[in-house]
Design a protein around this ligand. Structure first.
Ligand code: FAD
Length: 276
């Protein structure tokens, strides 16, 4: 059986206090022995320095770290410089993304899509990096059609991606369908489900609207019904997300990637309930 991969995602804190808090979260989550921690990269490079700082901090503590890298709004020279910086620090794992243009930024720069970034990373650095790309079981919101999105995902794989992490979803069938559709195209790399623990309904609804992740009506209704009752929201979220993870793993998902939102408690509870 292929070894499953479990990983945790952070966003880079902007303040020294935030960094201290993240260290505590990281040390708590490190007890679960994930394969790596990944660190997001602000659109248009807005958090570039914080991302690098956070990745190096994780590395210094003795854990594996994978920076995300988004290319929209960047030039080849910018990206080359970042890759060189990562290589200098011995980083060999990267999550390669297009990203989204921040409002007000007009120019897409020299990269249009993530497949171009993957191609560039391979042409500049050969096999140095283990490259992850993003996958969308419910399809990317800008995709012209489901088929188009699938073929665009394949472009990233053909350009040299090693594995993929999905956008979060609450509908396991969307994931199973996506993996089947990929297999039918000969795309068999590991596609690790991205898991979003639920702590706050309004925030989740906002994110989901923006990224095209569906909150099924039965979940939305129930979550809305809890109003400001955080305890009930969390308890319901833990049940739903643990069930989802269980179903995914039972069906052979090659691991789980948790969007931790820089918090340890919910991810740890789900982990323990899964008996991982
Ligand atoms: C695991 C994960 C981590 C993420 N981390 C970050 C992060 O750190 N920072 C950040 O800013 N954002 C992050 N995002 C969000 C991501 O940047 C957005 O979803 C973005 O809109 C798309 O990025 P992508 O790499 O999937 O783009 P792409 O794969 O380039 O796809 C974007 C859209 O373009 C279409 N497309 C792709 N290639 C082509 C082509 N060659 N021709 C025509 N159409 C094409 C696709 O169908 C899709 O609709 C993350 C998303 C995921 C799932």
């Amino acid at each position: 059986m292929v070894k499953r991969t479990f990983s945790f995602e952070f966003f880079p804190p902007k303040t020294p206090e935030g960094m201290d808090k993240l260290r505590a979260t990281r040390d708590q989550l490190a007890l679960l022995k994930p394969k790596f921690f990944s660190v997001t990269f602000g659109a248009g490079g807005s958090t570039r320095d914080h991302s690098l700082e956070t990745v190096l901090d994780i590395q210094r503590a003795g854990y594996a770290a994978a920076p995300h890298l988004s290319c929209i709004g960047s030039t080849h020279d910018n990206i080359r410089a970042i890759l060189q910086q990562y290589q200098t620090h011995g980083i060999r794992h990267i999550v390669a993304l297009r990203g989204d243009l921040p409002s007000g930024m007009a120019s897409t720069g020299e990269f249009r899509y993530a497949n171009e970034l993957v191609e560039f990373i391979r042409s500049e650095t050969g096999d140095w990096f283990n490259i992850e790309v993003a996958a969308y079981p419910e399809y990317h919101p800008q995709a012209r059609s489901a088929r188009d999105d699938l073929l665009n995902f394949k472009r990233k794989v053909d350009a040299g991606a090693n594995s993929a992490i999905t956008q979060y979803f609450f509908n396991a069938d969307a994931y199973f369908n996506f993996v089947d559709e990929c297999a039918a195209l000969g795309v068999t790399l590991p596609i690790v489900p991205g898991i979003m623990p639920i702590s706050n309904f309004s925030q989740l609804a906002r994110f989901s609207d923006a990224c095209g992740a569906e909150i099924p009506r039965w979940m939305r209704k129930q979550l809305e019904g809890y109003s400001d009752d955080i305890e009930s929201i969390r308890a319901f979220g833990l049940d739903v997300v643990t069930d989802l993870c269980e179903r995914l793993l039972k069906a052979g998902a090659p691991g789980l990637h948790f969007y931790t939102m820089n918090q340890a408690t919910l991810t740890t509870t789900i982990w323990q309930r899964l008996g991982l």
